[in-house]
Design a protein around this ligand. Sequence first.
Ligand code: ZN
Ligand code: ZN
Length: 181
Amino acid sequence: MNLNIVPLKFSNDPLLRKLKERLSLYFESVNIFYTPVNIEPAYNQLRRQYHSTKILESIIKSNPESDGLFLVLTDMDLFVPVLTHVFGEAQLNGKFSIVSVCRLYEEFYTAESDPKLLLSRSIKEILHEIGHNFGLYHCKNWECVMHASNSVEDIDIKGSVYCEECSAILKAKNLPLPSVL
Ligand SMILES: [Zn+2]
Ligand SMILES: [Zn+2]
């Protein structure tokens, strides 16, 4: 399977390169897919955040021509109306997902910069959203990357692979995603 990473208002090229490298372990190919899709209509001035569902709708409407999954990556802070923020959103059993790195930077919380932590948080959130694309729901197991995360602490505590139960669902679909073996 092919993974298209779609940077939209995303500025961290070293992180993009590392993500491409890491995700290449699980996909036949990983492309960086550039598109002129404009996400400004998804901006909410009162909240100073972007509505993630609207960004997903714009990218879906643009009907991007490439096989496989589309993962939007952005620096912009995301929300859905019932929540203060979201780290990402994905279509359940679909091809499209989005992850924001805004709240994955350690600098968002402390003065410390930590590129390794940023990478590990990003990988977890990406694998989580991709899991939804493959039909996985939230998992109660804290070791599992499909555990729901409301805060960055939740992301740091949870594991970075799929648990046995979630893996079994992925394996049934022949997906070489990282699992507890
Ligand atoms: Zn989720
Ligand atoms: Zn699980």
